[in-house]
Design a protein around this ligand. Sequence first.
Ligand code: FE2
Length: 413
Amino acid sequence: MIIHGVHVENAEKLSDVRVDGGVFAEFAPAISPRSGERVIDARGGLLIPPFVDPHVHLDAALTAGDPEWNETGTLFDGIRIWSERKKTLSVGDVKNRAKQTIMMMAAHGIQYVRTHIDVTDPDLTALHAMLELREEVDPYVDLQIVAFPQEGILSFPHGKELMREAVSEGADVVGGIPHFEFTSEYGSASLRFLMDLAQRNDRLVDVHCDEIDDPASRNLEILATLAYESGMADRVTASHTTAMGSYNDAYAYKLFRLLGMSKINFVSNPLVNMHLGGRFDTYPKRRGLTRVKELNEAGITVAFGEDDIQDPWSPLGAGNMLDVVRMGLYAAQLMGYRQIMDSYRFVTYNGAKTMHIAQKDYGIATGRPASFVILNAPDFYHALNENVEVLYSVRAGRVVAQTTPHETHVVLG
Ligand code: FE2
């Protein structure tokens, strides 16, 4: 297969790309097709690695308004409403909604998804549904499942047992929610428990950490210390960390040294953080976001996730990482031209690193699997401004999604 006329990762000049045996075989200004070789006209579009959403809740997706809408817009009302909806879950219900959401994501060029799945449910219904779905969607999406204790590990009946069971049944990643535990002691104990569980079972870690506008919520320093001392390092991810947006600068300065040493990854969820954050403030009203720009400038990996797609925590969401990046750039004040052009990394390379995808399996280089998307714009600046379609999503040399661009004619007079 030849991709004809494409800008590879914002390059000014057009290239042709040959894919052979499912891997990138050649990049050159012009490649002549062999007889019978398929040629895809990229329309002068932008070729980048496939999108990664390293943080979404597929078990809750598409439940917005059921049993009620979240009218206060707080995280806590979201948890209350979800806890009601959770009582009516069935494997079929979860699978249908999650599959529909994954199809939306696939249409927008997402090929890697890490989903948090609530395991504070004595029947583990959502987990069972997702374990089945992980196999079914494997041809077009890599799905990682996080055992996520939405209502706490120490603060929920049999929380520890449910976490152990979820891991033994096949969850890929161990989660946590220390800021939601009854006490800060429970919060730190939950982190020690989950890190130990992950190490014993050779799993990754991704914790909902300090998702609260409370400068006293300092579970991150504990998670980072455990990651550093255990050597788990970049196998550990801190999601949200929105309290960092409220830490004083002296504490943040001290904290950043530890974060760098720990090598942990960060996931920010700009859409949902902007929506749920600052809800208890009158004015001035905080943004409720972690320090994306400062983490990024310190060389610490930060990825963006969509978090919630039409559920009790966010009534909106389309499974499109361009929406996430756009909000992230505004909210984190990353609006310089170079920052905008490079921002696709938040939802590609940085997400892949967070999900621990091997470097040899991801990225645009000869010999690597030919997995990529082609956006209908010459570079990422225009892609964001024009909210363009993903013309093609290709996975190891196979087209998994294709979109015909819209055509609008403005009729004057
Ligand atoms: Fe989340």
